[in-house]
Design a protein around this ligand. Structure first.
Ligand SMILES: [Cu+2]
Length: 676
């Protein structure tokens, strides 16, 4: 990659009295104003996620308010083993990858009509913004750099007005911060979604869930646990079985139903002009140029070097903090993509080497962990469905270049850049579009569409996404995304394995090694306990980017503390850790097992160990055999509590006294709550 900078010195003219505007552009203040016209938030999503175990604060630290922090300088491995720089959102109230930072950011779902609040803190310099793309909030809350303000601490506020698929992203140095990963989906659901999962609200603001899956709406005839719905006008496409064409002003037909609680009644019909769907999929297509990323990873890389008169004689040859020679200018338009992603899942080249032009496929059976989907389970990346099911697919083009997408089946586009086609109040101006199988569609960055797919015959094929260089028009890479309708599920999974030893190289048995997905597509958090040889093996993982981390107690240090691992068409071996115990630390273990009532092991249970009058407060996951283990414990009294969304446990907790030896606990028994 070479770039010859023209030796021109770019002069900027100052507008008398407005010099401060330029100064702000180059070195903006980190502002923390109060939100103008702040009203009470009403979104139930944070409370529902907390009750389901997808938040580590219950109730959330601010009522009905999500948390997002923006970070830069995070490195994740590529599928071919290089280091790629990412800028990520993290949710400090989240669990697993949501807390660490995920690519793309955790999806943000909100029911229509709700007042949405997001509390955020940018760590500067440089500051960031959050732009809520497509929501049209007030200017302060729109988060467009230079037009609102760059954030320190701020509570963004807007109302979710139109059901559909949107996104949020940093709008500071957008070409860079967005491309480096500071973005995520926003989905507006029907007004009764999330509320329908609430059985009651306690005085402290926590909620108790009922059996309705998170994201479903309220009960319908024949569907006591509700269904997922989205806005559509399918009068011309009766095969999708749309059952509600009411105007948005139609009064709620259930307003007088004595069986419905108050929070499931609305001023107008919550299902007006919506269609139910059986399967939901979410594709984010993205490309990265590793050379571009390595050259421009300074988060201020597009700022020029200040001259003596900012805005007049700044030096565009050098980035702030970088060199100022004529060849030091970093050119953001010199982008030649090398790495490709679908919903955070890296697409490896079929040849196994980095090759341009190249071609590759993501595996079957990839779903999005619910903690990265506002608690909604089962949202797919690669599509697995049955014949005659309504499949609703949302697509966001986050690629710097263009994406040409071709489907093997007919699709009907029902929403475009967020807004549902043919639905009031825009019903007179547009309508859904049939796109026949094999029709290429070219999308540019930030564009979105939502489409319905339904097939009466089995389909075992894939959609193709061609990443096209916008300037040169060459196809850099073709990604294939499996679409499997009624043709059987062919899920490919892989393993991560390694060894845990002490500083002398002796094996450490009974150490829980946890694996959490750092990409939106990937497997839910899981774990394995090391055996007598110190080895662990976490299997059943779909391809994606993962953080691998041993859980140790009592002041032990782990080297490295965590490892980021990307798995594609192979697992990863040799992910090894060394654990050093401080002198005088405890060296006892508490271990046990979690079983379902029928005796099957229960994996992925979050086991929390808290020391009574002591510092230990640790959480590990049960592994595929249902086993868990805490090592490095000093003598003392501990309390052990299991949690898993959708399960109740007997006993609810156990206390254990460690006194001079390892403890094996009696089994916890988990029971699924009906309907999950
Ligand atoms: Cu940013």
């Amino acid at each position: 990659m070479s770039f010859q900078n023209p030796a021109n010195r770019i002069l900027r003219m100052s507008v008398a009295g407005m010099e401060g505007m330029y100064a702000k552009m180059f070195d903006p203040p980190t502002e923390s104003p109060a939100t103008p016209d702040l009203v009470n938030a009403t979104s139930p999503v944070p409370e529902v996620m907390a009750a389901a175990g997808y938040q580590d604060k219950n109730p959330p630290r601010l009522p009905h308010t999500i948390q997002r922090q923006l970070m830069h300088g995070m490195t994740l491995p590529t599928w071919d083993g290089q280091d790629m720089e990412f800028f990520l959102f993290r949710d400090p109230d989240g669990v697993g990858a949501a807390k660490t930072g995920s690519f793309p950011a955790p999806t943000n779902r909100v029911p229509r009509g709700a007042i949405f609040h997001c509390e955020t803190a940018g760590s500067g310099p440089p500051p960031h913004t959050i732009h809520w793309h497509g929501q049209e909030p007030t200017p302060m809350n729109d988060g467009v750099g230079h037009c609102s303000m760059e954030i320190g601490h701020y509570i963004y506020q807007w109302q979710a007005n139109f059901i559909g698929s949107y996104f949020y992203h940093c709008h500071r140095n957008t070409v860079q911060h967005f491309e480096f990963g500071l973005y995520g989906f926003t989905i507006i659901d029907p007004p009764d979604a999330f509320f329908a999962s609430i059985a009651r609200t306690n005085a402290d603001g926590t909620v108790v869930l009922n059996n309705t899956p998170i994201g479903n709406g309220r009960p319908e005839p024949g569907f006591p646990l509700g269904r997922r719905r989205t806005a559509a006008n399918l009068a011309a496409f009766p095969q999708f079985g749309q059952d509600n064409f009411n105007l948005l002003t139609t009064p709620d037909p259930e307003a007088n139903n004595p069986d419905l609680p108050a929070w499931l009644k609305f001023a107008t019909d919550p299902h007006a002009h919506t269609v139910p769907y059986d399967v939901e999929a979410l594709w984010v297509v993205d490309d990265r140029d590793i050379n571009w990323s390595n050259l421009g990873k300074n988060a201020r890389a597009t700022y020029p070097q200040h001259g003596s008169i900012p805005g007049v004689n700044d030096n565009f040859h050098g980035n702030a903090g970088g060199g100022i020679g004529p060849d030091d200018f970093f050119a953001f338009n010199d982008f030649r993509s090398t790495h490709f992603y679908v919903t955070g899942v890296p697409v490896p080249d079929d040849s196994g080497t980095l090759r341009i032009p190249g071609e590759g496929e993501i595996p079957h059976g990839i779903a999005i962990p619910p903690e990265l989907m506002s608690g909604v389970a089962g949202v797919q990346v690669s599509i697995n469905a049955e014949v005659n099911q309504n499949i609703f697919l949302r697509v966001l083009d986050a690629a710097y270049n263009n994406a040409r997408i071709t489907f093997p089946v007919d699709i009907v586009i029902i929403e475009w850049d967020g807004r549902a086609l043919g639905v009031p109040p825009f019903g007179a101006y547009n309508e859904p579009v049939l796109v026949p199988a094999g029709t290429p569609m070219e999308w540019s960055v930030a564009r979105r569409f939502g489409c319905l797919i339904r097939s009466a015959v089995p389909v075992n094929s894939h959609a193709t996404v061609e990443f096209i260089d916008t300037l040169r028009r060459d196809v850099r890479f073709t990604a294939r995304i499996p679409i499997n309708i009624g043709a059987g599920q062919d899920i490919q999974t892989y393993a991560i394995s390694g060894r845990v030893t002490n500083a002398a190289g002796a094996p450490l048995a009974g150490v829980t090694v946890q694996v959490g997905s750092m990409s939106l597509g990937g497997s839910p958090p899981t774990a394995a306990v090391t055996d007598a040889l110190g080895t662990y093996n976490v299997s059943g993982l779909t391809s994606g980017m993962y953080e691998v981390m041993p859980a140790v107690m009592g002041g032990a240090t782990v080297t490295p503390p965590a490892m980021n691992v990307t798995i594609t068409t192979n697992g990863a071996v040799g992910v090894d850790f060394v654990v050093a115990m401080p002198v005088g630390a405890g060296d006892h273990a508490v271990s046990g097992v979690v079983l379902e009532r029928i005796g099957r092991p229960l994996a992925g249970v979050s086991m929390k160990l808290v020391q009574v009058a002591g510092p230990v407060n640790a959480t590990v996951l049960s592994d595929a055999a249902g086993k868990f283990s805490f090592t490095g414990l000093a003598n003392g009294m501990y309390i052990l509590v299991p949690t898993l969304a959708g399960y109740r446990f007997l006993p609810q907790r156990m206390s254990v006294r460690v006194r001079g030896r390892n403890i094996a606990m009696p089994a916890f028994k988990g029971r699924a709550v009906r309907g999950r």
